[in-house]
Design a protein around this ligand. Structure first.
Ligand code: RIB
Ligand code: CA
Length: 328
């Protein structure tokens, strides 16, 4: 029986790679994509999701437009990182269609009341917070909740201490984390401690192109801007692809290790958006989060390439060369 999944995302370059990975994985069924304002305004994110689905030949998958701004804070996009079109200035042709009238929250509600569904959240948690506010019984039915966001010890990417998804809508993240505590459940937080280690390098990209020209060209087209951004701001040759790790972890949990802790999200002031991880149980609160702290980087890229290129592990042996000498 395939596990049913909703991808909640803000496409976004790395969201797009995550969508590609999810759609290339036969053990899950993506029953829908919900878009939230984040990297790009929500309508642009909707269009980008459609462009990725078109590339994958999966325009059959419904895409629902979600919240167009954070619950309280002003909307701040990340187009400086993802390009003016939100997809690395690839300027792929628009997919002409009529957006579905049903909202993301209504799609969540209907799906969760009908069947067992997990959610992989790759953007700000605004849609999920809205779901809690409108129908907490639906939210309670989420089978497993994985969120790319936050950080434990890694420095932030939009403040010294905050990761973008939780910085963008800290109130939403706080509501979701607190609701998981009330439900005696745990959110799986795929934070910067692990995602920063997932760097798509020019060598890896060239290898993908050699193995599959179509897929390689598409990935190259949507990531060029992202490579330039990383060189300019982080002085690294490569780009951190955060979101695909959240999907890979959902599919193959042994890629990562971590620990359980009570965690809340700061919503105000200089530490806005920080995920406060109570690793030593100072607050004696129920543990509501599984924090990821390590990842098998080479194994991730084997997994990623096996799936998006539909190849067997033994066909990817050059990864041993690429990662030769890399610490595990
Ligand atoms: O901080 C990285 C996260 O914020 C990623 O999900 C990226 O796509 C943006 O949403
Ligand atoms: Ca994202």
């Amino acid at each position: 029986m395939k596990r049913k999944v909703i991808l909640d995302c803000d496409p976004g370059i790395d969201d797009s790679l995550a969508i590609m990975l999810a759609l290339s994985s036969s053990e899950i069924e993506v029953i829908g994509i919900t878009v939230v304002a984040g990297n790009a305004p929500v309508e642009m994110g909707y269009q980008n999701a459609k462009k990725v689905l078109k590339h994958m030949g999966r325009l059959d998958i419904p895409v629902y437009i979600g919240e167009e701004k954070p619950l309280i804070k002003d909307f701040v996009n990340a187009l400086d990182t993802h390009g003016s079109d939100g997809l690395g200035e690839s300027f792929l042709p628009q997919v002409i269609d009529q957006p579905l009238l049903k909202s993301a929250v209504d799609f969540f509600r209907e799906s969760l009341h009908e069947q067992s569904v997990s959610v992989i959240a790759l953007g700000p948690l605004t849609n999920l917070a809205k779901l809690i506010e409108t129908d907490v019984s639906a939210f309670a039915k989420i089978e497993q909740l994985v969120s790319m966001g936050g950080s434990y010890k890694a420095h932030g990417n939009c403040s010294p201490v905050a990761e973008y998804n939780y910085w963008e809508d800290p109130e939403a993240a706080h509501i979701v984390f607190q609701q998981m505590k009330k439900l005696h459940k745990k959110i799986h937080m795929v934070g910067l401690d692990v995602t920063r280690k997932i760097v798509l390098t020019p060598t890896l990209l060239e290898y993908i192109k050699r193995l599959d020209e179509k897929q390689g060209e598409f990935i190259s087209k949507i990531t060029k801007f992202y490579f330039d951004f990383h060189w300019h701001w982080e002085h690294i040759i490569g780009c951190v692809i955060n979101d695909p790790l959240a999907v890979a972890y959902f599919l193959k949990p042994d890629l990562c290790q971590g620990f359980e802790a009570y965690t809340d999200i700061e919503t105000q002031g200089i530490a806005r958006g920080q995920s406060i991880v109570d690793a030593y149980d100072f607050y004696k609160e129920e543990k509501n989060v599984y924090i990821l702290t390590s990842v098998e980087v080479k194994e991730f890229f084997y997994f990623f390439l096996e799936r998006i290129l539909h190849l067997k592990r033994e066909e990817l042996s050059y990864l041993e060369e690429i990662f030769k000498g890399e610490t595990a």
